[in-house]
Design a protein around this ligand. Sequence first.
Ligand code: ADP
Ligand code: MG
Length: 340
Amino acid sequence: ESQLNPNYSFENFLEGDSNRLARSAGLAVASKPGGTSFNPLLIFGGVGLGKTHLAHAIGVDIKDKYPEKTVLYISAEKFTQQYIDSVKKNNRNDFIHFYQIIDVLIIDDVQFLSGKTGTQDVFFHIFNHLHQNGKQVILTSDKAPVDMQDIEQRLLSRFKWGLSAELQTPDFETRVSILKNKLYRDGVEMPDDIVEYVAKNIKTNVRELEGAIISLIAQSSFNKKEITIDLARVIVEKFVKNTKREVSIDYIQKVVSDYFQMDIETLQSKTRKRHIVQARQLAMFFAKKFTKASLASIGSQIGKRDHATVLHACKTVDNLTSTDKQFKKYVEDITKKLSV
Ligand code: ADP
Ligand code: MG
């Protein structure tokens, strides 16, 4: 039993700037499992951005091309449970052996292994065995390896051996094509302006995007009403309210740049002018503080910087806050604005 879901195919995984690298790395791995430098392939990104879907798609495609290969998909949570059971039942070695003879091992949500040293230890040995034998390992996580906490260093260093590819929030066009593809598959017709309205207003999570469309269809058929833009408004509003979430990085950039009376383009620009650099560092600091985004993702959203720049920004802000009164005031003011 591979545990793969055939609906989670590459065909159904719509391509956009937000996922192009991860998607094409996935395709490369699927055509030569164990035979590329993307081993392990680690797919990371926020909730509902398609990690599980893409991980399945790779497995499904491999099974298609290489029916003789054993492919196993398992969540890190289930893997942990199995391991604990094997220890209880005194067959830890059988557990290890079972995993060591798999050709393609897909482990979803490896952040779940945080702090679980026993499971990390056993996974380390399984990983090494598979890797040495040219078997493919595919992992997903909500964070990049550099941002993972309570994972042993030796395991983290293995995670970095291959390729880490991020799934970012899809842009508007991609969101529209995801919705249209879903409607098409479900055989539902919906006017373009309504699809676009939903795609415009639900931005941060593909699962919610799909959820809104599903509930729109359900509402209209239940009440025997046509799908109108007004109905779409009501439903989108509910979704946005129910998921009243953490402040977004976009919002943080807006608040910080307004505070310093500059525009967002200036804040993101490459300039080294001190006050602009400081504004940018503050935006990074608040993004780290108020969102769950990874350092890499914060960097890419705030002027396409790397994770090291964001880390440096956070340290600089910490230092300046304790040494510079004026700067401390900035931090307090902006914190207030972001907290309302
Ligand atoms: P994650 O594991 O990152 O939380 P999932 O893989 O469960 O996210 O994706 C959530 C939903 O969004 C799934 O129904 C998935 O099919 C859909 N989805 C995400 N990205 C895409 C995409 N690029 N194209 C089509 N559907 C997508
Ligand atoms: Mg998932």
